[in-house]
Design a protein around this ligand. Structure first.
Ligand code: SF4
Ligand code: SF4
Length: 260
């Protein structure tokens, strides 16, 4: 379904503009569920129409040296990859949360109201993804194998129903209904980089003095990142913690490193 005539740059420009709109909305406390859905749907459509902004895939293409597949000049793509790492350091994982079509599709799947399976161990997905990242680089650089191809998101967004990989990502989406963002949390190499960038991020969701320690935010958070001292490296800014807070004690503000 991807329309080849539309330049991939459209996806990158969309991501940059949407990123700053979202930062503004979060910071001014104007973000809500409906706005979130709007961005998730738009980003998913961008995936189907333009196959962009698809940074995990572009990272692989650069690693393999298949620059013709980038659909944009290589310096611009590298600039885009680096830019979003810097933006994530400044403002958190807004790209993953709302703009990456792969992440958006999984987020939409998870919205389906059905009993969820929460992975209680916070370290496990992070360590697994780090090991996978090393495998991704080694296989790409030494053996010229693009391991992400086997996940099938290229085939899914291109509606290649004749490819076996189409069904692999479809299965992963099925899992996403029950488990929060399995591809992002266990496999995505670009997500691994963004996760590192957000550890010491400048803007984060933080509790204010209104907090009454009811722990509702911690219970609802699908990535175990809503605790008072959690680093938020796996916070996808889904806003579930903020929505569930009974005393409006969570706000997206500059991280001052102090507990309240
Ligand atoms: S973790 Fe990877 S796949 Fe998930 S949203 Fe971020 S860049 Fe996309
Ligand atoms: S519930 Fe809150 S802390 Fe957890 S991922 Fe969503 S926005 Fe981040």
């Amino acid at each position: 379904m991807v329309v080849e005539n539309i330049p991939k740059m459209v996806g990158m420009i969309y991501a940059i503009i949407a990123f700053f709109i979202l930062v503004y909305l979060f910071n001014r406390d104007k973000f809500n569920k409906k706005i979130g859905y709007l961005f998730l749907i738009t980003s998913t459509l961008m995936g189907f129409l333009v196959f962009a902004p698809m940074f995990p895939n572009q990272l692989q293409v650069i690693l393999l040296g298949n620059v013709k597949q980038l659909g944009a000049p290589i310096p611009i793509v590298i600039l885009g990859l680096v830019l979003f790492v810097i933006l994530t350091f400044a403002f958190g994982r807004i790209f993953c949360g709302y703009l990456c079509p792969i992440g958006a599709l999984q987020e939409i799947a998870y919205i389906i109201p059905i009993k969820k399976l929460k992975i209680k161990n916070k370290t496990l997905p992070i360590v697994f993804r780090l090991i996978f990242f090393i495998a991704f680089v080694v296989l790409g650089v030494i053996f010229s194998i693009g391991i992400l191809t086997f996940f099938g998101f290229y085939d899914l967004f291109n509606l290649n129903i004749n490819s076996i990989f189409f069904y692999i990502f479809s299965a992963l989406l099925l899992v996403s209904i029950f488990v929060y963002r399995p591809f992002c949390r266990f496999f995505c190499p670009y997500g691994a980089l963004l996760s590192l960038a957000s550890v010491k991020g400048l803007f984060k969701l933080q509790r204010n003095v209104n907090c009454v320690d009811c722990k509702k935010c911690e219970v609802i958070c699908p990535t175990n990142e809503a605790g008072r001292t959690d680093l938020k490296q796996e916070c996808y800014l889904c806003n579930r913690c903020k929505d569930v807070c009974p005393v409006d004690a969570i706000e997206y503000v500059r991280n001052n490193g102090e507990e309240k």
